[in-house]
Design a protein around this ligand. Structure first.
Ligand code: PLP
Length: 400
């Protein structure tokens, strides 16, 4: 089948809830992917940071294959021989005390919301049904009904009401707003250490440290959504390490899968997760042996193959090379580790989408987020000469 045929069939039968670039991919290896005509592209999106380890990492694939020949699903009605090992390894690595496995990122967020509400009523003494969770404007935490209830993206919310109450949104990066928003009913503050979908928005230095202090002082649970920033993307295992803090709940997903099999987790640094009792939360697939085997290997290669260190050094190099580009179209380059964005001037004639389409034709895959920002987030195994290749293409695309 040709590209046009695939697209026609998708358009005819599929819900129209995405606007992908028109490339049909059929193979991937490391930082590279190939389309059905054999054209090769350098992937600068990494499935929104779900393939930090690179496409089809051989060791993760091996773990998936081996586990799939032994046991794939037991449900949590019975125990399996991968779950305990996953718990131990993920807690050791992240210095967590407890963990709860789910499948998607949105489910991890939902789990956190349920848990901190229950904690609020049973430990903090919040009056029944009054619990409040503070979030930030322009957040992205997923697509479920409760999560879009506190989104500030009108397109994500419009005509999906009625919404889940109990959330309050404040500007990102503003400590005073947080202090002012906290009431006796506040159970948690949930925030992305760096806002990804909003366009790689980095808060002022010291923000998270102050947030940590304020949450501790007011007995408010700090939830860090590290589903995108976590697992090496910013040059640290978790982005919280940049400010030397520890959250109370940390959410990870995406790259926990190595791109193979959906798996997410809620990590708890205090006994917050201890509030849950049998029957109060769960998932048929959550914690299944296949997911656990994949996640264990995905974490192992991230560490053993020094991908986190590579993200830090290659990220610095990438950004410094981009900053040498002097183009009237560019408002700003910004980033941390391999989480990098180019923001175009609103007055520039090209939109982010047009630039992405141009780069696609030049062999670089990237995706716009909003009208004027493009994110560059290649797999963490990218090397210096490959960054030189990307930067050269970006330059060429800007000076057409
Ligand atoms: C992608 C993402 C989610 C949602 O994850 P899904 O697996 O798509 O449900 C939540 N939070 C952040 C910060 C994300 O980037």
């Amino acid at each position: 089948m040709r590209t046009e045929e695939f697209i026609q069939i998708e358009n005819k039968f599929g819900a129209n809830n995405y606007k992908p670039l028109d490339v049909i991919l059929s193979r991937g290896e490391g930082i590279w992917v190939w389309d059905i005509d054999g054209r090769k592209y350098l992937d600068c999106l990494s499935a929104y940071s779900a393939v930090n380890q690179g496409h089809c990492h051989p060791k993760i694939r091996q773990a998936l294959l081996e586990q799939s020949e032994k046991l794939t699903l037991t449900s949590r009605a019975f125990r399996n021989d991968q779950l305990a090992l996953f718990y131990k390894e993920v807690c050791d690595l992240t210095h967590s005390h407890k963990v709860l496995p789910m499948n998607s990122g949105a489910e991890a967020v939902e789990t956190a919301i349920k848990t901190v509400r229950k904690w609020g009523y049973e430990t903090k003494g919040v009056v029944e049904n009054k619990a409040e969770i503070i979030v930030c404007d322009n957040n992205f935490h997923g697509r479920t009904l409760s999560i879009i209830s506190f989104s500030s993206d009108e397109n994500a919310r419009q005509n999906f009401g009625p919404f889940t109450p109990g959330f309050r949104s404040i500007p990102f990066g503003d400590i005073t707003e947080l202090e002012n928003a906290i009431t006796k009913n506040t159970v948690a503050f949930m925030v992305e250490p760096i806002q990804g979908e909003a366009g790689v928005i980095i808060p002022p230095k010291g923000y998270l440290k102050k947030v940590r202090e304020i949450c501790t002082k007011n007995n408010v649970i700090l939830i860090l959504d590290e589903i995108q920033t976590g697992l090496g993307r910013t040059g640290k295992l978790l982005a919280e390490e940049h400010e030397g803090i520890q959250s109370d709940l940390t959410l990870i997903g995406k790259a926990l899968s190595g791109g193979f099999y959906p798996v997410s987790a809620i990590l708890s640094n205090e006994a917050v997760l201890g509030i849950l009792n049998p029957g109060q939360h769960g998932s048929t697939f959550g914690g299944n042996p296949l997911a656990c085997a994949v996640a264990r290997k995905a974490l192992q290669v991230l560490v053993e193959e020094k991908m986190i260190e590579n993200s830090a050094t290659m990220g610095d190099y990438f950004l410094s090379e981009l900053e040498k580009i002097d183009s009237p179209l560019i408002k700003e380059f910004r980033g941390i580790g391999l989480m990098i964005a180019i923001e175009l001037k609103k007055t520039s004639k090209v939109t982010a989408r047009q630039l992405c389409e141009k780069l696609l034709n030049m062999g670089i895959l990237c995706k716009e987020t909003h009208s004027y920002t493009i994110r560059f987030a290649p797999p963490l195994v990218i090397k210096k000469d490959e960054i030189d290749f990307v930067v050269k293409k970006i330059k060429d695309a800007l000076f057409f």
